[in-house]
Design a protein around this ligand. Structure first.
Ligand SMILES: [Zn+2]
Length: 154
């Protein structure tokens, strides 16, 4: 297969497992690089991908709570869903490690989950979001529990 300019296209998704991966590093200048992390919630092809409601709910929660993290909050560039609905991309500055991300996610999971209603989903309203009717409560709790178990096993 042709080597791609998109680093994630060079990963064989048939053998990719759930987990946390450093996907690429963009060197901005001598001091600054931006790291792109693959937070893979579902093993591609093996089972059902995340529903659109789960993806949207996790996007809102993580975009908000990861930025509040004492250690890595100020180093977060973006948190974006993958279109294939099997995970998320997290972009950070160079001073963030996989262990930092893991610790932040475990802490957020402990403090924020289980979510109980739309009141718990930050920014889910017509002013701050493009589709506030799209969310999932129970399914999101299940997906997060599963991913945290994956992270703890790494
Ligand atoms: Zn939204």
């Amino acid at each position: 297969m042709k080597k791609s300019v998109v680093s994630s296209f060079d990963v064989d998704h048939r053998t990719l497992n759930e987990g946390l991966y450093l996907r690429s590093t963009y060197q901005i200048d001598d001091k600054l690089s931006v790291l792109s992390w693959d937070l893979r919630f579902c093993r591609p092809m093996a089972k059902e991908p995340l529903s659109a409601g789960v993806v949207h709910t996790i996007e809102h929660l993580m975009a908000y709570y990861m930025r509040l993290d004492e250690k890595i909050g100020r180093s977060i560039v973006s948190f974006c869903p993958m279109g294939c609905q099997t995970g998320f991309y997290l972009s950070t500055m160079n001073d963030v490690t996989a262990a930092d991300i893991k610790a932040a996610l475990i802490r957020i999971h402990k403090e924020v989950f289980p979510i109980k209603s739309t009141e718990d989903i930050v920014g889910l309203n017509e002013i701050q979001c493009g589709n506030p009717a799209l969310y999932a409560i129970d399914e999101t709790n299940v997906a997060m529990n599963r991913y945290i178990e994956v992270l703890k096993s790494l």
